[in-house]
Design a protein around this ligand. Structure first.
Ligand SMILES: Cc1ncc(COP(=O)(O)O)c(C=O)c1O
Length: 384
């Protein structure tokens, strides 16, 4: 655990602001550790770029500048060795939008989207909102580590399944899939003729020096049937600026996807583009520090739960700032409500297709996490 002070130790007051996370419990003494944004300032380089853009003073309909597109292309090459082409990028105001658009673009109403559960809720709700069917394959556990259950995948996939929504790094299971697992994903999609949407929004939040491999980079088969979602929003804490990217190498898939956005998907805004470019160009050191800080928060969470709250099972945590907990031993009817009553607001596993689980957001200063852990403990003690 680092003892030196970090920029991430600063506690900012987010009450009485436009924050969804904090407004939810406004006026109540409940510490919000639910929705996935962090209680940190964005990197200085991003703030500078935003100030500069604001000083320009004109906020007309926006398009990315060539330098912004170049920043994304260079980042993918630098970080992952994946040479993408500028025209593969489709800019979106959010990836939840993208999941909905993909459902419309590649599935008919009587066809299904396959996904692994537990899963980030819009993977299930996106297809549902678009009146598409959803096929779920539960992940398996190897010890405390989630893995893809290939038998469950083979059982869940149907002749009318058109897509696989894949999440890597996985939210909420916090797994970083390895090359052999990714190769199996591509092979599975080829065999069942599925288009794969690989949501890699958390790909810069790998802990302990792990390396992310974009699914779409795995060769010609992947290039034909995989498209990749990325965004600077999770890593650089810019979710409110609504700037996300679909990387779609295949021209026909890209056309279908873009056609499904027409008239209903708003453009990305000026500030989103400015922040995106600055984050990908200049905030690498900040991100590296963030990863180390998050790893020590993760360690604190895990050691605290192990020593103080043995009733709770935490899973192996390889990426993201979202811890996933099995609280079934506490035998609570409404776990979220119970912990809210003890002053901590968590995400309900039921929405992730996994009742009796909770997700805790530890993307916060250490002092905030320590306070959250005290409250978590009070909630567990009340069940003893
Ligand atoms: C896997 C995943 N995809 C998408 C999103 C949300 O993306 P956006 O804010 O761009 O809609 C999240 C947010 O937590 C996420 O975890």
């Amino acid at each position: 655990m680092p003892t030196t002070e970090s920029i991430f130790d600063t506690v900012y007051d987010r009450t009485e602001t436009d924050s969804q996370k904090w407004q939810k419990y406004e006026g109540d003494d409940i510490l919000p550790m639910w929705v996935a944004d962090m209680d940190f300032h964005a990197p200085e380089a991003v703030l500078d770029a935003l100030h500069e853009r604001v000083d320009h003073g004109i906020f007309g309909y926006a398009r990315p500048e060539p330098s912004c597109v170049e920043a994304v292309v260079e980042m993918m090459q630098r970080e992952y060795g994946w040479q993408i082409e500028p025209h593969w990028l489709v800019w979106l105001p959010g990836l939840v939008v993208g999941l909905n658009v993909a459902s419309r673009a590649f599935c008919e109403p009587d066809e299904s989207v396959l996904t692994n559960t537990p899963i980030y809720p819009p993977f299930i709700m996106g297809p549902r909102y678009q009146n598409r069917l959803i096929a779920k394959a539960k992940m398996a556990l190897e010890g405390d580590r989630y893995v893809i259950d290939w038998d469950a995948m083979e059982t869940a996939v149907q002749p009318y399944t058109r897509m696989f929504f894949f999440c890597n790094p996985h939210n909420p299971c916090a797994r970083v899939f390895e090359r052999d697992e990714l190769e199996k994903v591509v092979e599975f999609c080829r065999r069942h003729n599925l288009i794969c949407c690989s949501d890699e929004i958390h790909c810069e939040l790998l802990l302990d020096g792990r390396k992310h491999i974009p699914l779409g980079s795995l060769g010609p088969e992947a290039q034909e049937r995989v498209f990749t979602f990325i965004a600077p929003s999770k890593t650089y804490n810019l979710a409110g600026l609504g700037c996300s990217i679909a990387i779609i190498p295949d021209a026909a898939l890209r056309r279908r996807f873009v056609n499904a956005t027409r008239g209903i998907v708003a453009e990305v805004n000026n500030l989103g583009y400015a922040a995106c470019e600055a984050a990908y160009r200049y905030a690498g050191d900040w991100r590296d520090q963030l990863q180390r800080y998050l790893a020590s928060n993760r360690d604190l969470l895990h050691s605290f739960v192990k020593s103080e709250l043995p009733e709770i099972q935490l899973y192996q945590h390889e990426a993201t700032y979202l811890g996933w907990m099995n609280v079934s031993k506490l035998q609570l009817d409404t776990p979220v409500r119970h912990f809210e009553n003890h002053g901590i607001g968590l995400s309900d596993g039921a929405f992730f297709d996994s009742p009796r689980h909770l997700r805790i957001n530890f993307g916060c200063p250490r002092a905030t996490l320590e306070e959250g852990l005290k409250r978590l403990k009070a909630g567990v003690e009340a069940t003893r």
